[in-house]
Design a protein around this ligand. Structure first.
Ligand SMILES: *Cc1c(COP(=O)(O)O)cnc(C)c1O
Length: 437
């Protein structure tokens, strides 16, 4: 085997180990970590893949990145803890399939990244023999995936900061009812206040001297790697062995899509990716104009994709060494409005008796648009990133049918909220934090 090093997108000539990259999250120069090269899988793997389990596929992919830093037995355990749920491919039509990524504990695809990262961080925490404190600011979904991913992981404390009254009931219950090594701080302020408090804590040298602080946001390389697993798995389960594969990815911060691009670079034969967005369409615009112009995000029904300056764009550019034409060969971009989203939910519910959440329709519409302008003899796969019951009000209003609450979500709703109220002033926040560390 070998050892993989990681560089920052802001400095491609200085390298860190996997352990450093995972423990730090963001590079010290504020860049995003990237593997020094994208490993390529042997042709045999692609032949054998359809006979392999999801865990076996994931192990083969992950080991290319973890190399000698994580012995095979340990990696096997990490993968086993990560993939305690499936990612089934449901065929709606001859050339349209849904990859269901919502069978994890919080019923959204972020469970894949959060669980793998939590296991890997726990593994490295044991090596450095220090407790790691994770500070995470959330507007809803990240907090639940991260908190549930780290629940019960030894050597890790998680502090979730969220804006009081600004997350939905079900979201709040998913990270405030857990107890154990998870503490929820209900900030009397906005999401921006939560982010500011986390940033100030990271800059507080007194705090940093006493505690090993890290963040768990979506830019951690340990969240990106596991998101490539299901592209391989979906390919293995494709409907037509002899047709090319097209993936349509409903995107916000573009971590999910970037993981797909990495899978392709590892040898996965993908014909095309569709970058599908809501009206926060800076990437589809970039693909038209070659100019990336970030702007403030707009609120939409697919709110987990309301991102005006996608952080993983730096990784996408880096993968292609900023070669715009090469990027355009692999990715096409389309954007859709809330009205189109609602129409698609209605159409898919009527024609296929399949209920989508508000993010999946963007993937569906992206695929439809691709199929209308290209040869349709493909395995078209769109990613469904959350269970419809997570966005029950929006879905019920769109399809005029009740959406049943799955037992997992029902259990959260019945749990007792355990959060601690804190003010948005840093000194008050710090005092409360120290009392609970
Ligand atoms: C985070 C999220 C997305 C967007 O994924 P990115 O990797 O940020 O592009 C899409 N759908 C849901 C439900 C999400 O939670």
């Amino acid at each position: 085997m070998s050892v993989m090093k990681f560089y920052s997108t802001n400095n491609t000539s200085s390298f860190s180990s996997l352990k450093e990259a995972v423990l730090q999250g963001l590079a010290p120069d504020n860049g995003l970590y990237m593997p020094e090269h994208i490993p390529v899988l042997p042709p045999e793997f692609f032949k054998e893949m359809s006979d392999m389990t999801f865990a076996q596929i994931a192990f083969t992919v992950a080991q290319k990145f973890t190399g000698d830093d994580v012995p095979a037995g340990d990696l096997n355990k990490i993968i086993g803890h990560t993939l305690q749920f499936d990612a089934p491919l449901v065929h709606l039509e001859d050339n349209i399939s849904v990859l269901e990524l919502f069978h994890g504990p919080t019923m959204a695809f972020k469970d894949f990244g959060a669980r793998f990262m939590s296991q890997l961080l726990g593994y490295f925490a044991a090596q450095i023999k220090r407790e790691i404190v994770i500070l995470v600011a959330t507007s809803g979904d990240t907090g639940s995936a991260v908190a549930n991913g780290f629940l019960g992981v030894k050597g890790i404390r998680v502090i979730v900061l969220y804006p009081s009254g600004k997350v939905s009931d079900i979201q709040e219950k998913q990270f405030t009812t857990l107890g154990s090594n998870i503490t929820a701080l209900e900030v009397q302020g906005t999401f921006d206040d939560c982010q500011r408090l986390v940033k100030s804590a990271f800059l507080d040298s007194g705090l940093r001297d006493s505690y090993f602080l890290t963040s768990a946001n979506s830019i951690n390389i340990a969240r990106l790697i596991p998101q490539s697993f299901y592209y391989f798995y979906a390919y293995a389960g494709r409907k037509h062995a002899n047709r090319p594969v097209v993936f349509s990815v409903p995107s916000g911060n573009f971590g999910n899509l970037t993981a797909g691009l990495i899978a392709k670079r590892m040898g996965l034969p993908v014909k095309q990716f569709v970058a599908a967005t809501n009206v926060n369409d800076v990437v589809p615009e970039y693909l038209k104009t070659a100019n990336m112009i970030p702007r403030p995000s707009k609120h939409t029904l697919s709110n987990a994709m309301d991102v005006g300056n996608p952080s993983n764009f730096a990784r996408m550019e880096d993968l292609y060494k900023k070669d715009f034409e090469a990027i355009c060969r692999d990715i096409v971009g389309y954007a859709f409005t809330d009205a189109e989203t609602v129409n698609a939910m209605q159409f898919v519910s009527k024609h296929y008796h399949y209920v989508l959440d508000p993010h999946g329709p963007i993937g569906y519409l992206g695929l439809k648009k691709y199929l209308s302008g290209h040869n349709g003899d493909v395995n078209g796969i769109f990613l469904e990133t959350a269970h419809p019951a997570k966005f029950r009000e929006v879905v019920e209003a769109a399809i005029h049918q009740p959406v049943a609450l799955p037992p997992v979500l029902e259990k959260f709703l019945k749990g007792k909220k355990l959060s601690i109220a804190v003010s948005k002033e840093y000194d008050d926040f710090k005092k409360t934090l120290l009392q609970h560390l």
